[in-house]
Write a protein that binds this ligand. Sequence first.
Ligand SMILES: [Ca+2]
Ligand SMILES: [Ca+2]
Ligand SMILES: [Ca+2]
Ligand SMILES: [Ca+2]
Length: 352
Amino acid sequence: MGPDEDIAMNLPRVCVLLACLLAPGHVQADLIGIQLRTDPLWDDAASALLTADAHVVRLYAVFDGPAGPNNENVVLAAFDSTLSVADAAAAFYQTPAPPGSDTAPSSDLFATYPALEWDTFVSVGVLDSLSGDTTAVFPDFVMGINTITGGWYNSYPPNHQGAPDQDFAVVLVQLTILGLPPDVDAAAEPDLLVHNPVLDGTLTVSHNSANGPINTEVTFTTLVDCNGNGIDDQIDIDEGTSEDSNRNDVPDECDDCICGDLDLNGRVNLNDAVTFFGCYWLPEPDPNCSAWQLECSDLDQDGNVSLSDYATFAVIYGKEMTLSPPQCLDGARSPVQSPEPTRLPPFFSEEP
Ligand SMILES: [Ca+2]
Ligand SMILES: [Ca+2]
Ligand SMILES: [Ca+2]
Ligand SMILES: [Ca+2]
């Protein structure tokens, strides 16, 4: 848990304590949000038992304090939620061992069926399905897309439903995922609630607070980070960190080079020439020539943007172009004619 989460979780807790002082005997536990937790130890334990590379994640509903004796029941309902595995080749693990339920298995069965501990299940604190206090029916998590529609009832101990941990967090879902590529680290992403490498979908939870029902929706989207900066590429584009000249929602630095078309507008024209000249004989990227532009200006891919590239650029100037370096001249032999001017503006062609 990071420092921000610590603050986020402790602040309301302080407020609850103050509320206790001001109005003793009346405590309303409110939902702060949904939290996703991963632990490499879970993965190791599950993988050892399931004889497969396993990724275990758990979703928790986090409250701002304990439910009080005068306000014992906290109602949660989850509805119209979908959770699927981000990778099409992967699937949620569902143990074939009894009881074969999608709800939390009884820990009494773990000695006989150790893999049952890592079953995929949905629960709001249903610690023991043998006790018969399960209140919802859920789909088989072996399916790729899981639509969860049902109600969960979380009440104050000692009835064993919804018992929170020391952080007032109640487990909602355990998801054990098999079949992901081995390089996927389920714990690696900085913002697990928004972008997670293993989950897609939404989880909507309704909480019956002191002020009426409150809906909390969490959307899980796979982090798309082609440029490897740890930030979702759509955010890179929206905030201008990355250009998206061809509006394909892919940062240009991740797009394939198109011969001479350095702004990816489909033509080799004046704007590209300005960029090309800015990259000419440049040893490394600078404000006038990004790393992607420098790489793509090297039309023969020999490692330098030199006179030979300029000669090629002059040939393909004014043409429409779809081929990638180093096939630029191959493409220029049968170009689609363009109305753009075909004469390259004057340029010093001497190498430094
Ligand atoms: Ca990115
Ligand atoms: Ca693009
Ligand atoms: Ca262009
Ligand atoms: Ca070159």
